[in-house]
Design a protein around this ligand. Structure first.
Ligand SMILES: [Zn+2]
Length: 157
């Protein structure tokens, strides 16, 4: 999807287009080649995605627009590594997916079965995150920033 198509769909106020473009931005949150060209359009994106009513029940479809705005805003205002946006937009982001650009350092399971959480590190800056995996009406994730970076501390015990 190119920049114009992303913006057209994201500002369409139509659920399918917003879901498609929003999810594209969310899974490219660590890819500056996709996000940087959207930064000049942040005001347009933000104003045209206000007061949406997209349905979706337990997990509101509005989040596809809200998270997209958060990611582009983050790039517009923050100088730190792009991974810092994970705690705000990580609900749908499985840390095992390549596009999140993290290494999995540890996988903690419950009764040797279900995943409780992962410890991951950003491939760009080494920042560690604890990512809880939760299975409600669907599988979702909660990303928490840790005070550690990879390679400097042992994370077990
Ligand atoms: Zn990082």
């Amino acid at each position: 999807m190119d920049t114009k198509e992303i913006i057209d769909k994201l500002t369409s106020r139509e659920v399918d287009g917003i879901r498609e473009s929003g999810w594209y931005i969310i899974r490219n949150s660590q890819n500056s080649e996709v996000i940087d060209p959207l930064v000049p359009y942040i005001e347009e994106i933000s104003s045209k995605t206000q007061n949406l009513k997209l349905g979706g029940g337990f997990a509101s479809n509005n989040r596809f627009a809200e998270y997209a705005v958060k990611i582009v805003s983050y790039y517009a205002s923050q100088t730190g590594c792009s991974c810092g946006v994970f705690p705000e937009i990580g609900l749908d982001l499985d840390p095992k997916e390549e596009y999140n650009n993290v290494n999995i350092l540890e996988t903690q399971r419950i009764e040797n079965k279900w995943v409780d959480y992962y410890i991951v590190s950003c491939k760009k800056c080494g920042q560690n995150y604890k990512v809880f995996e939760r299975d409600g009406h669907w599988v979702f994730y909660e990303w928490k920033k840790l005070s550690t970076t990879s390679g400097h501390k042992t994370l077990r015990g």
